[in-house]
Design a protein around this ligand. Structure first.
Ligand code: IMP
Length: 189
């Protein structure tokens, strides 16, 4: 199965998650390609369009992932626009928007979508947390500012294994894996 994403960090985390959790029935090959993102208010709609594109490109079973950081005091912003906001405002810009806010609650969401040419399946994972007061070192994307619930440190300060214990990605991937194993015989090769 191909994991299609321009982001090698996502692939590395997923590879490690599969290994660590003994999810050995799934062999993923990374196809490092940027898929187009439609504008939509729903993460699973974006993921559905992306996974169709991925299938059109490779004609094999494909897996893609789409994420968003939803900040409570900003009414869910940047949400589905997280990628654009990260590229334009960055973590500094997010902290500026939260300068006078005491509510630092946020949710990181991951949608994993699978398509084998017949049915699209999507799986949503999320992790609640807080936006830190300062940018910490390490990690990628929003890792330096996102502290998962029940943790002392932000994702950026954790090693891969620790981040994977909490992450939105883990939750979506485990759901997908369970479904995949149950349905593997019905899935068209
Ligand atoms: P994407 O559209 O799925 O690539 O994700 C939206 C934004 O969230 C991008 O800027 C990613 O870098 C960022 N992002 C997604 N997952 C993570 C994560 O696990 N840690 C930090 N940033 C992430």
């Amino acid at each position: 199965m191909y994991f299609v994403s321009k982001n090698v960090n996502k692939y590395n985390e997923i590879k490690e998650l599969l290994l660590d959790n003994g999810l050995t029935h799934l062999r993923l090959e990374h196809k490092k390609i940027e898929l187009k993102e439609i504008q939509s208010n729903f993460l699973d709609e974006v993921a559905t369009v992306k996974v169709k594109q991925a299938f059109e490109l490779f004609g094999e079973q494909v897996l893609i992932e789409d994420d968003g950081l939803f900040i409570e005091s900003l009414n869910g912003f940047p949400g589905v626009y997280s990628s654009f906001v990260y590229d334009t405002l960055g973590n500094n810009g997010i902290l500026d928007l939260l300068k006078n806010k005491t509510n630092r609650k946020a949710v990181f969401k991951s949608v994993i979508a699978f398509y084998e040419g017949k049915n699209i399946k999507t799986f949503i994972g999320e992790v609640k947390g807080l936006i830190s007061d300062n940018i910490q070192e390490g990690g990628w994307g929003f890792d330096p500012i996102f502290i998962p619930e029940n943790a002392e440190k932000c994702f950026g300060q954790m090693d891969l294994n620790s981040k994977n214990k909490y992450s939105h990605r883990r939750s979506a991937l485990v759901q997908f894996y369970k479904w995949y194993i149950q349905n593997i015989n019905k899935i068209v090769k």
